[in-house]
Design a protein around this ligand. Structure first.
Ligand SMILES: CC(C)(COP(=O)(O)OP(=O)(O)OC[C@H]1O[C@@H](n2cnc3c(N)ncnc32)[C@H](O)[C@@H]1OP(=O)(O)O)[C@@H](O)C(=O)NCCC(=O)NCCS
Length: 165
């Protein structure tokens, strides 16, 4: 899948260490909690990305500048045996490239990809204090299903679901 949004180019990435290294590096610039992660923890995170996507039907999308700098990403995978649910796992946009519609463009590309495959619902989670993610997801048709306490960080995560078909 290749598309464009404004001056950005959207590409599908294979779930390999080489391709996802870009996404892992960007994730550490996007999430303040990861800014000071050690080299070990960064390497482990990259392994988690590759392992999380491989062996499942998945979609890894990234947006690049015209100079080929990665600035946004959105990763997800199918859950369960049947084509019934897609889990949108991780997404983010580099702080210098926010509020230009990139997160919305990647979300729509992901939902279109899933809808075309006959996937019935899409689920995601967002931290209760993540206004940007929550607002965007609600604007794009997700509904809040409930909340869970995160095991890794303080605070709750809101579980969101959107019917696709
Ligand atoms: C949330 C995030 C992905 C939004 O990316 P973005 O490209 O700036 O979003 P968009 O430009 O597509 O915004 C779409 C809409 O979402 C809403 N929105 C986005 N960021 C917002 C914010 N900080 N506060 C309130 N609403 C926000 C707005 O309604 C916006 O539309 P508008 O700009 O026309 O008003 C980005 O801020 C980010 O990467 N945050 C940190 C990463 C993160 O929290 N990831 C989740 C854990 S994996």
């Amino acid at each position: 899948m290749t598309g464009r949004h404004l001056e950005y180019i959207i590409r599908e990435l294979p779930a390999t260490h080489d391709a996802l290294r870009l996404v892992a590096a960007l994730h550490h610039e996007v999430l303040p909690s990861r800014l000071h992660a050690s080299e070990d923890s960064r390497a482990k995170f990259l392994d988690e990305l590759v392992d999380g996507l491989n062996g499942r039907e998945h979609l890894a999308l990234a947006a690049f500048t015209e100079e080929d700098q990665p600035v946004a990403y959105k990763l997800g995978y199918l859950t369960g045996n049947r084509h019934e649910r897609f889990y949108s796992w991780l997404g983010g946009v580099h702080p210098f490239h926010r509020r230009k519609g990139l997160a919305r463009a990647l979300l729509r590309a992901q939902h279109e990809w899933a809808r075309k495959r006959g996937i019935r619902t899409i689920e995601t989670q967002a931290r209760g204090d993540n206004a940007g993610m929550l607002i965007l997801n609600l604007q794009e048709g997700f509904q809040a299903l409930g909340s869970i306490y995160a095991v890794d960080q303080p605070g709750v995560r809101i579980i969101l679901r959107k019917p696709l078909q």
